[in-house]
Design a protein around this ligand. Structure first.
Ligand SMILES: *Cc1c(COP(=O)(O)O)cnc(C)c1O
Length: 345
């Protein structure tokens, strides 16, 4: 058995999804003539109660577009020190928007209203960059699938309103957060100026993200997406997967969370596991006792049994997803239990 737990991006379309893709009605999206894409965009905007939405080939491009539209060159945005927009978008914030990041020392990727307020620059001081945007990430990827308390988001929104800042949400895994915390898309739509969500993570689509905002914002986003090389043609074949996923793959995220939870519980029972960060959604991050086994040796040991997991610095990371079935889960738990790791001092 081959089990890939390095990310929730590794999934392949289910037969139902594949069917929907094959049957999609398509047209040239650059002329806004792809009916399936328009249907996806309207469906997702409706879900969140936002005015408009636009499909993007990647979450990175959706975030970069939002940042470009909310800022001017020289401005500063506020985000957590573990933020995807800072670490994993290849420096796009500075390249595309000429903006710097003011990092906040959050708790596993989650920042507080108080922390935001502390780092806003005085708009009347020409010495400091002009603070124009706050960007939150829910769930936090590097933080290990951590979720915001919605109350804190509301407080951050109040700070943004008070200081005239825009508020963006990198919601690549917002679906996981909403399932875990029993929240609704409308709640989020009411608070944020823009939201990006991934279809290609927990929802199991092969490609794509969606950016939401006001009509005016999305009209401007159309130009930026084109400028970044992200305008596409008959993408209904791909966006059909998104519609299918919204209808079929959201509630089942609870299964991924349950499995991640069970993996975490098992890992905590081993003397050679030094720590497991609390699991909130579908990501498990853990650290081994180096005296017993190194993280690279551990990865190799699992690899021999057909199981792939990834490193996160000196730690290890497991991500559960749609293609990680109940059967694989049983095999994984059994295999990990029976690994030959002797604890000798
Ligand atoms: C995956 C991810 C993105 C977008 O990634 P793409 O690979 O560009 O689709 C953005 N933010 C977070 C937090 C992510 O995990």
């Amino acid at each position: 058995m081959k089990i890939n737990l390095i990310s929730d991006t590794v999934t392949k379309p289910t037969s139902g999804m594949f069917d929907a893709m094959m049957k999609a009605e398509v047209g040239d999206d650059m002329y806004r003539e792809d009916p399936t894409t328009i249907a996806l965009e309207e469906k997702i905007a409706d879900m969140f109660g936002m005015e408009a939405a636009m499909f993007f080939p990647s979450g990175t491009m959706a975030n970069q577009t939002a940042i470009k539209l909310h800022t001017n060159p020289g401005d500063q945005l506020i985000c957590d020190k573990d933020g995807h927009i800072f670490h994993y978008e290849s420096g796009g914030v500075s390249f595309n928007s000429g903006v710097s990041c003011r990092m906040v020392d959050g708790n596993r990727g989650v920042i507080s209203a108080e922390q935001v307020e502390e780092v806003i620059n005085d708009p009347n001081s020409f010495h400091s960059p002009y603070t124009s945007l706050v960007s939150l990430e829910n769930t936090s990827n590097k933080g290990g699938g951590t979720c915001y308390d919605f109350e804190e988001i509301l407080k951050i929104k109040a700070v943004c309103d008070r200081h005239n800042l825009k508020l963006h949400l990198d919601g690549a895994r917002l679906w996981n957060a909403m399932v875990a915390k029993n929240e609704t898309p409308q709640q989020y739509g009411e608070v944020f100026d823009s939201i990006s969500v991934c279809l290609s993570k927990g929802l199991g689509c092969p490609v794509g993200s969606v950016l939401m905002g006001t009509k005016e914002f999305i009209n401007r986003a159309f130009r930026v997406r084109k400028l970044l090389g992200g305008a596409m043609r008959q993408i209904g074949y791909v966006t059909a997967a998104g519609i299918y996923a919204l209808d079929n793959h959201i509630e089942r995220l609870a299964d991924d969370h349950q499995r991640a939870q069970e993996i975490s519980t098992l890992l905590q029972s081993f003397p050679y596991v030094k720590s497991v960060t609390p699991v909130e959604t579908n990501i498990v991050i853990f650290e081994l006792d180096k005296q017993v086994i190194s993280h690279l040796d551990y990865i190799e040991l699992l690899q021999e049994k057909g199981i792939s997991i990834s490193t996160m610095g000196p730690k290890l990371r497991i991500v559960t997803h749609l293609d990680y079935t109940a059967k694989m889960h049983q095999y994984f738990l059994e295999t990990v239990k029976n690994l030959d790791i002797s604890v000798s001092v």
